[in-house]
Every structure is written in structure tokens, then in C-alpha cells.
Design a protein. Structure first.
Ligand code: AHR
Length: 501
């Protein structure tokens, strides 16, 4: 019997927020310096922006870009990165072991954001920073004129305020590795007061609380989330979650199922939000939503040597990684009612879809699903019925140092569907290693008509990847013709397929 995907237009999950196609720029390794910003390189423009990288970034339609960290932000003092470049101090960067010239800072980032047409999303320093410093940053970026820091921005050559709307209150503050790490109660107190000052400065901003990122054995991430949600339930608009997975055991079937663990965590936190909301006093504000503001595959460049210095976290991706990213994006869409922000970590060179050398660049395998989803998967997410063969994973390592997981009844087909106007976008990962899966796609009402556009991401084998001058994994176009209540498609082994119907 064929597998089945049944689509019912009445079963709506929620609106897909554009902001789930976000990305992240951190001062880490070659993400900023030697990545997006490389003054003096013949490939850069007069602002120092690598032109080839800019073009590739534009192909991702990045809706929202988080900046400047990450662990970096917990010892970052934004004043170091504004004003004449020759006066900016060089600092020891303690999170990732580099020297930070501060030649790229708030205004350079905002210029970049404008160029790539992305909404900026700033993170403030809740580690070594003060609530006053956070307030002053909002004043610098968002207040038109009058107070000292607004005038300072004008003096620096930027007369208009930027109106930065999204601000996160620190990064991974639950992590013992975080500079200035706090316990949940102390973090909540500090975040509440920082948020208060920031909102008094610009009431239109949205605040994101640092949810749990520490899923190492022995940690209690849901307890952190519970406390933070309870303490900040009247203050914040989002709770941030992070997840990195990796095929540590070289166990393909477990690895491609790992986005289901992200989905499970989403549902757990959704329950905690509901609980907190039942006791919140938010007036007519929306409930708190989830921001998966760091997600990716990261396990190869994760040793002490590969996590510091000029070249850090330079993970190279293969086909199975692209399938995992497709799975993450499907999971965000299937939870579109509560996941309203997601940021792939990160944009260039550092666990990134774009990889550069001094005189070249290439697109990693994970570039392709992100680009396809960001271009096409919009509108309303539909709750579809999927019937395909299933498998159980054994007990497996989710990532390096992460908790372990075990999943039962994982469907070989992982599906999400969006509807916008008359168009359906059907996103399907076939997790099967070696079998194509013939599938009937059934409309519960109405009919399919005509020719469909089909995009496929696949490659010669699971470990196939791209490199300078070599592309083994990319998006290719296919065809599907069909009419009537049902169309049949054969999803190839180890592939991602997007059908526009
Ligand atoms: O994205 C790399 C790092 O991963 C970030 O700096 C940190 O927030 C997370 O641990």
C-alpha cells in the first residue's frame, strides 16, 4: 500500500511567522571578520562587505538577524564598537579566544542589515553587563534625539534612530559556560529590571527571555524554563530556546529523527507557557511565544582546539545534515502557532550555510533547504495526516555532551504543509536510507489541477557535501503532473522534496 498524506484545508495550525527564517551573526571565528566583513579584500565593497557573500546571504531571504552573540555578548560592551574605528579598543574576546578589534559594531551591523533587508534582533549583555548599559544601547539605537546616547549616535554620523524592535535579555544564562552565568531566580530578577529600563526607553520593543540551553546530563532545563516563565510572564514576549544536534554515533536513522526531539521540547515549553499564562496579567498582549533563536548541527568542530581562535566552529555539512535542517524547518511549521522566531546559527563560516576562503566561497548543503523554505513556505500551516512506515531508534546521543534520546514510531516521511491563497507548499523529508516511498497526496476537499513545480534536495550518498568548486548537493527542479482528488509522487530515498500545488 502507498503511503498517504491527507490535506484538509480546514485543519489550520496557525500563521507561519516570517521570522522563523532568521539567522544569526556572532563575533566568533570568521563569521564577522573574514566572513561578512573583510575590508581590503578585493571581493569587498567600500564598506568592507564581501560582495559574493552578500549575494549568497540575499538568497536566504533572512527575515530576522540576531546579533552580536551568542556567548560573545555576555562580555561585550557595545560602546566599544561605536565611534571612529581608530579609537575603538581592542579587547580579549574570552568566549571564543580571539582578539576583538571592535571595527565592526552596532552601526556596521545595521548597515549590513539594511543591505540584506533583514529585521535586526539584538541581544544585550546580561553576564558582565549592567541593566544601565542595556538601557543605554536602546537609547543609542532607538531614541531620535535629546538624551546623551541618542545624540552620540547622531555625532557618529547616523542621524536617524534604527527602531530596533527585538531584544533578547542575555544569552544562554543557564549555561555554566556563560560569562556571568546566573541561577534562574537571579537571572529573572536582572532580566526583569533590564527589560523595565529598556521598555521605559522605548515602549515599542519586544523582549525575549533566555530560556534553557543546558541539556547536558544532570541539568534541569525545564525547571529553568518554569522559573523564568513564571518570573517574567508579565514582561517578555518570547522565550528563547537553543538546540544543536550531531551524528555523534554515526547512526543515520537516529540523527535524521532528532528534529522530533526539538518538537517535543517545543511542546513541553508550550505547556509551561500555558501554565504561566493562566496566572499572567498581560492585558491584551499576545501570549509568550517560542523563539528557537539558535538551532543547527554542530558536533565536528567542537573540541577545545576547534572552538577558539581565528578559525572556529567551521563545520562542513553533508546531505544528512541538510535533511536534519529540513526536519527542523518542518517542525517549526508544524508548531507555527507557538514558534514565532527561529534563527539558524550562524550565517557565514561558523556552523553556517555559507563558507568562504579569502578569494572564494561555496554554499553548504544546509543552505538549500533554508533558502527554499524562506522563499516558498508562507501563509497558514496545516495539520496534515501522514501515514507511512515507521521505525524505532535505539538510545542515541543527540549531540556532543547532550542528553540522550530514544524515539519510537518515527515515520519515514516527515511532512509539513503551508497554504497561501490558492497555493499549497508540501514539504517532505524521506528519511529512508535506500527506499523511495510512493505516496498518495490526497485532498480532503477540492481537487488538484495541472502541473506542479517540484524542488528536490538530494545527493549521491548521505555523506555527500559541497566544497570550493564542487557541488554535490543542491536544489534541482523536477516535475509532477496530476489532476483530481489525489496525486501520486515517488519521494526518492534520503531526500527533501518541496511540491508547489
Ligand atoms: O552558536 C554558537 C554558540 O552556541 C553561541 O555563541 C552560544 O549561544 C551557543 O552555545
Amino acid at each position: 500500500q502507498n503511503a498517504r498524506i491527507k490535506i484538509d484545508l480546514d485543519r489550520k495550525i496557525g500563521e507561519v511567522d516570517e521570522k522563523i527564517y532568521g539567522n544569526f551573526v556572532e563575533h566568533l571565528g570568521r563569521c564577522v571578520y573574514g566572513g561578512i566583513y573583510d575590508p581590503g579584500n578585493p571581493l569587498s565593497d567600500d564598506r568592507g562587505f564581501r560582495k559574493d557573500v552578500l549575494e549568497a546571504v540575499k538568497g536566504l531571504n533572512v527575515s530576522l538577524t540576531r546579533y552580536p552573540g551568542g556567548n560573545f555578548v555576555s562580555n561585550y560592551h557595545w560602546l566599544d564598537g561605536v565611534g571612529p574605528k581608530e579609537d575603538r579598543p581592542t579587547r580579549m574576546e574570552l568566549a571564543w579566544g580571539r582578539l576583538e578589534s571592535n571595527h565592526f559594531g552596532t552601526n556596521e551591523f545595521m548597515e549590513y542589515a539594511k543591505e540584506i533587508d533583514t529585521e535586526p534582533y539584538f541581544a544585550v549583555n546580561m553576564g558582565t553587563g549592567t541593566i544601565e548599559e542595556a538601557q543605554r544601547w536602546v537609547e543609542y539605537t532607538n531614541v531620535k534625539e535629546g538624551p546623551y546616547y541618542a545624540e552620540l549616535r547622531k555625532k557618529h554620523g547616523y542621524p536617524e534612530p534604527y527602531g530596533i524592535k527585538y531584544w533578547s535579555l542575555g544569552n544562554e544564562m543557564d549555561g555554566y559556560w556563560q560569562m556571568g552565568h546566573l541561577n534562574a531566580e537571579d537571572y529573572s530578577k536582572k532580566a526583569r529590571e533590564a527589560g523595565k529600563l529598556m521598555k521605559l526607553t522605548d515602549p515599542s520593543i519586544k523582549l525575549i527571555a533566555a530560556g534553557a540551553s543546558n541539556f547536558r546530563p544532570g541539568a534541569d532545563p525545564m525547571q529553568w524554563n518554569r522559573v523564568v516563565l513564571d518570573e517574567l510572564k508579565d514582561v517578555v514576549d518570547y522565550i528563547a530556546l537553543h538546540m544543536y544536534v550531531g551524528n555523534v554515533d554515526d547512526d543515520y536513522y537516529s540523527f535524521v529523527a532528532s528534529p522530533l526531539v526539538l518538537e517535543k521540547r517545543t511542546q513541553l515549553v508550550e505547556g509551561l507557557i500555558d501554565e504561566a499564562m493562566s496566572r499572567a496579567d498581560r492585558g491584551d498582549r499576545d501570549p509568550i511565544y517560542i523563539a528557537w533563536d539558535e538551532y543547527n548541527i554542530w558536533y565536528r568542530w567542537r573540541s577545545e582546539e576547534t572552538m577558539t581562535g581565528e578559525r572556529a566552529l567551521e563545520e562542513r555539512y553533508n546531505l544528512e545534515d541538510a535533511l536534519v535542517i529540513s526536519g527542523f524547518l518542518n517542525a517549526f511549521i508544524r508548531n507555527a502557532d507557538v514558534v514565532k522566531i527561529a534563527n539558524m546559527a550562524q550565517l557565514v563560516n561558523v556552523i553556517a550555510p555559507i563558507f568562504t576562503s579569502e578569494d572564494d566561497m561555496f554554499l553548504q548543503t544546509i543552505y538549500y533547504p533554508l533558502s527554499l523554505f524562506a522563499e516558498h513556505a508562507h501563509g497558514t500551516s496545516l495539520d496534515v495526516y501522514v501515514d507511512s512506515d515507521k521505525y524505532d531508534t535505539g538510545d542515541f546521543a543527540l549531540g556532543l555532551g547532550e542528553q540522550r534520546a530514544e524515539l519510537k514510531s518515527v515515520p519515514y516521511l516527515d511532512v509539513s504543509v503551508t497554504q497561501q491563497d490558492d497555493e499549497l507548499i508540501i514539504n517532505v523529508v524521506n528519511r529512508h536510507k535506500d527506499k523511495a516511498i510512493t505516496t498518495d497526496i490526497i485532498a480532503q476537499e477540492g481537487e488538484f489541477t495541472g502541473d506542479f513545480e517540484v524542488f528536490e534536495i538530494n545527493g549521491p550518498d548521505l555523506k555527500a557535501g559541497n566544497d570550493f568548486g564542487k557541488t554535490e548537493v543542491e536544489t534541482v527542479s523536477k516535475e509532477l503532473k496530476g489532476k483530481g482528488e489525489s496525486v501520486t509522487y515517488n519521494f526518492p530515498a534520503h531526500s527533501f522534496t518541496m511540491i508547489k500545488a
